[in-house]
Design a protein. Sequence first.
Length: 289
Amino acid sequence: MDRRCLLLSLLAGAHVARAADAVIGYPSYADSDAQDPIHQFHLAVLRLALERSGGHYRLQPVRKPVGQGRAIRELAGGGSDLDLLWSMTSEEREQLLLPVRIPIDRGLMGWRLLLIRRSDAERFAAIRNLETLRDLTAGQLHDWPDTAILRANGMAVGTTSVYGSLFTMLSRGRVDYFPRSVLEIQDEMQQFGSAHELMIAPGLMLRYPTANYFFVNRQNQALAADLQRGLDRLLDEGTLHGLFMSHFRARLKPLRLAERRELNLRNPLLPSATPLQRAELWADPAQFS
């Protein structure tokens, strides 16, 4: 082999080695990640999508005690260990970051049940429309998209910057209800319900269109393309749908979602590029009966 061929061979080998060593940092907020089914589901999808992409990646948790807003700013600014995150979309977030527009959650982050005080069970059982709910105050974190969505629909919202404080605010009457995704609310009831004398409001579900996506830095178009390729393959195989149902169907069935009164909200933060027309990407309450 002449020197030129040898050099090309070495360069090609170095390129393969670099590709094989590509580390993708994802956010890991606490030791409780291992017990968080939503975190574990997103991580499982991420692993499979990267495997199906044809790229060579190694996942690395980035353990930082940061909130969602700060993680988004860090990823948008570059220079941190974060390479991607998963989050509910909005116009602002899609301007800051590059979305991979496959809704990993099948839209369920926009299906919201209400945590309430047990003493208010009859009060909420009587609610039939948004007009009645507007007389009450919801609790939210100040930088969650839900806060703006609720306010845009005329709902009163009390906010804090500390997640755990929301359960105290509710139990002490500073807010009247805490809307939580159907994917989150059971674990939160198990963790906080008894201590704060909370329950899930009977028969009600708020619903608005949204999507939970993988996001990357806007300059990292190669990673976005690989994620898109991998997710498309998982969709074509039926693997993504099967994985979602295996993680969540049994958990969601006791919530009797198809029997609840849906109070529909508009989502003014929803980007026009959201693939709402692709019916195969979105769930229906009847699937969890």
